[in-house]
Design a binder for this molecule. Sequence first.
Ligand code: NAD
Ligand code: UDP
Length: 389
Amino acid sequence: PSPASGRVDLDGAPVAPLTICMIGAGGFIGSHLCEKLMAETSHTVLAVDVYCDKIRHLVDPAPPHLVGRISFHRLNIKNDSRLEGLIKMADLTINLAAICTPADYNTRPLDTIYSNFIDALPVVKYCSENSKRLIHFSTCEVYGKTIGSFLPKDHPLRKEPEFFVLTEDESPCIFGPIVKQRWSYACAKQLIERLIFAEGAENDLEFTIVRPFNWIGPRMDFIPGVDGPSEGVPRVLACFSNNLLRREPLKLVDGGEVQRTFLYIKDAIEAVVLMIENPARANGHIFNVGNPNNEVTVRELAEMMTEVYANVSGEPPLEEPVIDVSAQQFYGEGYDDSDKRIPSMTLINKQLGWNPKTPLKDLLEMTLTYQHKTYKEAVKTQMSQASAS
Ligand code: NAD
Ligand code: UDP
């Protein structure tokens, strides 16, 4: 095959064009990955999902220059015999499909476990049986809580990196008790990671596992009542965007004291493309993909988003921009939380030379500009209809 638009891998060898079966291609990460692959490579994508709203511009219909390079296959991997054929047709399978919004973990634990473990089993099996490479999306949540979180609040060891930095092949996975159903997601993801790792060890499956650390950007999740259910609870970026668009206070769960590191989706996608095009360096590894420089508490995130949104929208900030809610009120019974998430970047840097770039302030500016442009009018219309009825 001819090289993919003259692309070369990290060792200077030409990259051959690949056919990629991308499951969950219609989601947040999938939509950005499809766009990048279409714009900058000659790889072909078989896009699998139950819906295609976020990639409609690429597939419905494909624009003339992309005809033959991307096709959409509307199917539910739970129960569709076409899946194996698509995996066989491809050189590489990327599995993004999952239920991955925390509001579901404790309220729909069965769906969460089925989606993240049981439904992924045939994907792993078909890849292994047909000797196809697999890039599987796991989560930073498999680390659970930090070791330091069990020390008294002002204990000096909490400041030592070995008590909080999360390292792929070293850190333990620390979850709460079974009654805290929050951990159903992390536990299902951990078990599918172990299964894939075992397929590699016993049956030579070529795999790469990705652990995203709070990737955010345009097209993440939905705005309740506009392009998702009114009662739905998306991840924090969309929750706070929704509050800002409606000019209501941002809700801080249990005081917003936990910490997160946020990575811009476009930086993240560069890491994924490096994995796709450098199998010899990526196979057999589990990679953290995050931005340790972008750490904030959830309260700080709320304050930054309030300030940035005022700048990009030209609207004055609310006098009372945040309110506290308990986890019980916000998520219901069985919620629990990860305290802190600093990814070690040593492995991905060594294997793929990748580093995150975009500071939090810049990525929030780009993302909230998008949210304002995309949703402001729709939110206004929806609010006036709701108040009239
Ligand atoms: P997303 O919900 O936007 O995308 C998932 C996609 O999978 C959706 O389009 C959904 O329709 C599809 N899907 C789910 N079940 C399916 C099924 N049975 N058949 C066909 N399609 C199905 O989520 P995302 O943020 O793009 O996440 C993608 C992956 O990355 C998930 O595995 C998630 O656990 C993981 N992840 C993401 C983040 C992040 O920061 N965004 C963090 C940790 C882990
Ligand atoms: N959170 C919050 N208010 C919201 C939504 C989320 O305080 O409106 C908190 C949530 O409790 C968690 C953090 O924000 O501590 C990040 O939530 P997200 O949904 O992004 O998922 P997570 O990082 O926990 O996987």
